[in-house]
Ligand binder design. Structure first.
Ligand SMILES: Cc1cc2nc3c(=O)[nH]c(=O)nc-3n(C[C@H](O)[C@H](O)[C@H](O)COP(=O)(O)O)c2cc1C
Length: 178
């Protein structure tokens, strides 16, 4: 395999969800590169139906926001990115009226996660948190939905990248039809 693609596959393989973070802060330039990756990600009809709210440790809201997490480990994450969807700005598939806002946001989050991984920064998609409280703390307007609070920081333990608990290919792949 060519060197460049081998590196990329290494990044993909080394991504794990990180739920315990050290106190080390994320350099601003690294955070900016991660956010820029989200900005450049693809979306249906290029609708870009997203907004990102970055909350870093020096912000007065950081400590308050961390109270919305149910797992203690997340409370130390030096950065949280609230990835928000704006369905009114998203492409809608006319055949079945599917709104692609959450899909678009999920793609942006995935790309930011991979950029963070390449930077040696751990992340976790967090969907389960005190949603009403988070909306209030972050002043999220009506019609805008928090898809995830993406936590970012340096992992306390080296990640176990050997085994990912996944369904085998023959359970999920259909060839030529269901
Ligand atoms: C949409 C989504 C929501 C998730 N929400 C949470 C969450 O609320 N809390 C949590 O601890 N992990 C959450 N996770 C992480 C998953 O549990 C994790 O990705 C999965 O177990 C596979 O492990 P891995 O990420 O280490 O490969 C979420 C992941 C995704 C993709």
């Amino acid at each position: 395999m060519e060197n460049k693609s081998e590196l990329f596959y290494q990044v993909l393989r080394s991504r794990r969800s990180v739920r315990q973070y050290t106190d080390k802060e994320i350099p601003r330039e690294a955070l900016d590169r991660i956010l820029e990756t989200g900005r450049l990600s693809p979306s249906a009809a290029n609708g870009q139906p997203w907004s990102f709210i970055a909350v870093t440790k020096e912000h007065p809201k950081w400590a308050e926001l961390h109270e919305v997490f149910y797992k203690d480990g997340f409370r130390k994450a030096p950065v949280v990115i609230a990835a928000c969807a704006q369905p009114s700005k998203a492409w809608v598939r006319k055949e079945d009226s599917s709104n692609y806002a959450w899909v678009d946001v999920a793609i942006a989050v995935t790309e930011m996660i991979l950029a963070a991984t390449a930077e040696g920064i751990g992340t976790c998609w967090v969907a389960s948190f005190d949603l009403a409280r988070a909306r209030k703390i972050l002043n999220v307007p009506d019609g805008t939905e928090i898809v995830t609070l993406l936590t970012l920081g340096y992992p306390t333990e080296p990640l176990d990248i050997r085994k990912k608990d996944r369904k085998p290919m023959d359970q999920i792949l259909h060839t030529g039809g269901w």
